[in-house]
Design a protein around this ligand. Structure first.
Ligand code: FAD
Length: 470
């Protein structure tokens, strides 16, 4: 393993200018706490920054950005640390770590919430659900609000309330010059357009303001499972059933080996299954009616779709994606689950080897699809489904084989790819980033980048390079 000092451009550099008045913590490789602070969610990422600036507030972010700029440092920005390719940590250079910034304030009368950049989804849901409210956020509680929102934020409520960005009202942001600006529908509108899908390319968002909507607190939600042999029939039935689905219903199809969790019968442990997980964001009795045909289809081996607290549903996938395991992911959007797509899907589902690997197929449509493609930077609103194929192992052992399974599966679907969700990209190169936005929007994002970050200080992200395309 490399030594952090090998990469460190800070070796001969005086950090006194940064230390003066910095309210948070500054961690160098020799400091207690550095080891913990450099870890990100994906255990396959092992990087050694020269300095980690754990910011206590906006003033710290401003000072850290100016210090990085003045000293020509490589900068990584960390919210929740869940970037699949580990873009929130770097070798050498400076990590601007926002995770200590945990402020949340719900205004139940105005139905809005403000959240600072270090807040995680579960923390935000906990505060908003105290008032029976929620933002459409994401499906694993320990994901960061920051990175998820800046990419778009697909979620259990998206067919009713849209993406996380569709409920975003404003942001506070520190630019590459270290200037503090606000952006909303009426202030710096171009920037507000760009941060709704364009990631961290234009600056560091320190604070998010969202509109809240009534949700639960009890929802009809959870997965129903069938044996893997039934997958071709289940997927074909599912395709017809969701064609008529109301916006309140959101589903995710998952294939995997049944995990040894307490609510899974012992005889299913380790067996390949297909599951349709649902969340009905409306009255329970209506939800029961909508769910009935699925619940009665074929012979499910397990039905866990029941009335439950929305907060419990939001945590359902947590045990499947803990910190520190090794993850490799490829994703794509497809227009429809055609017979050909289903056949490829089932074929690769049968080849799942690791007890931890899985792939999920997100249902899109509804409200998220009714927002105009040009209204926000996010791309792919008209896609029917998003595939997210994850090769997972606990350690390095067996990781290469899982990665190969993911790649082969993803390549098999290639003729059917439409767009791709930017937050599900690994480090796949500029052409894939262009695909995430589409050519026209990508050029608009580049122009915005030239305006807000012409020197590409913020480049450890799905990078929109400021240079003009030739
Ligand atoms: C277990 C898991 C579950 C997921 N579930 C969902 C889901 O349900 N829906 C969904 O849409 N996505 C989901 N994702 C993808 C997720 O949206 C991205 O991984 C997202 O980038 C995570 O944000 P973060 O703040 O945790 O990550 P980080 O690694 O901290 O940041 C990710 C990127 O955003 C930049 N960034 C972070 N914060 C800021 C900021 N405040 N200002 C500027 N730039 C910033 C970072 O520099 C980095 O490039 C999931 C990911 C994981 C690992």
């Amino acid at each position: 393993m490399a030594d952090a000092t090998e990469f460190s451009p800070l070796g001969a550099l005086d950090i006194a200018g940064l230390q003066d008045g910095f309210r948070g913590e500054l961690l160098r490789p020799e400091d207690t706490g550095y080891e913990d602070a450099r870890q990100v969610w994906n255990g396959s990422i092992n990087r050694l920054p020269a300095l980690i600036a754990r910011c206590a507030g906006v003033a710290d972010v401003i000072v850290a950005v100016r210090f990085a700029k003045d000293n020509g440092l490589l900068v990584a920005v960390r919210g929740g640390g869940h970037s699949f390719p580990g873009l929130s940590v770097c070798d050498g250079g400076l990590v601007i770590d926002l995770s200590p910034m945990k402020g949340i304030r719900v205004d139940p009368e105005a139905c809005t919430v403000r959240a600072q950049a270090g807040v995680l989804l579960g923390e935000l849901d906990r505060e908003t659900q105290a008032f029976g409210l929620a933002i459409p956020s994401g499906i694993v509680t320990h994901t960061g609000v920051s990175g998820l929102t800046l990419g778009g934020g697909i979620n259990w409520l998206q067919r009713k309330y849209g993406l996380a960005i569709d409920q975003l009202l404003s942001v506070d942001l520190v630019t590459a010059e270290g200037e503090f600006v606000k952006a909303s529908a009426t202030e710096n509108e171009d920037l507000f357009w760009g941060v709704r899908g364009g990631g961290g390319n234009f600056g560091i968002v320190t604070d998010f303001e969202f509109r809240l909507n009534p949700v639960g607190p009890t929802v009809l939600a959870g997965p129903i499972f069938w044996p893997i042999e039934d997958s071709p029939k289940v997927l074909r039935f599912y395709r017809e059933w969701i064609a008529e689905a109301p916006d309140e219903l959101m589903t995710i199809v998952a294939h995997r080996k049944a995990p040894p969790l307490p609510f899974v019968p012992r005889e299913l442990h380790g067996k390949l299954v297909v599951g349709v997980a649902c969340c009905y964001a409306g009255p329970l009795e209506e939800g029961e009616k909508v769910m009935k045909p699925l619940k009665e289809f074929g012979s499910p081996v397990l039905d866990l779709c029941v009335p439950k607290p929305y907060l419990a549903h939001q945590a359902m996938f947590d045990p499947s994606f803990p910190h520190g395991w090794w993850y490799y992911l490829r994703a794509c959007d497809v227009a429809q689950l055609t017979d050909e797509v289903i056949d490829i899907t089932v074929d690769h589902a049968l080849r799942i080897n690791s007890p931890l690997s899985t792939f999920v197929i997100w249902q899109l449509g509804g409200t998220l699809a009714r927002v105009g493609e040009e209204e926000t930077a996010f791309g792919g609103r008209s896609a029917g489904h998003t595939f997210n194929i994850a090769g997972i192992t606990e350690t390095e052992e067996g990781f290469d084989e899982e990665r190969e399974w993911v790649r082969t599966f993803w390549s098999g679907l290639e003729p059917y790819h439409t767009s791709v969700y930017v937050n599900f990209l690994m480090e796949e190169g500029e052409e894939r980033i262009r695909q995430a936005y589409g050519g026209k929007k990508y050029e608009r994002l580049k122009a915005l980048k030239r305006r807000y970050d012409p020197d590409n200080l913020f480049r450890l992200n799905q990078n929109i390079r400021p240079d003009v395309t030739v």
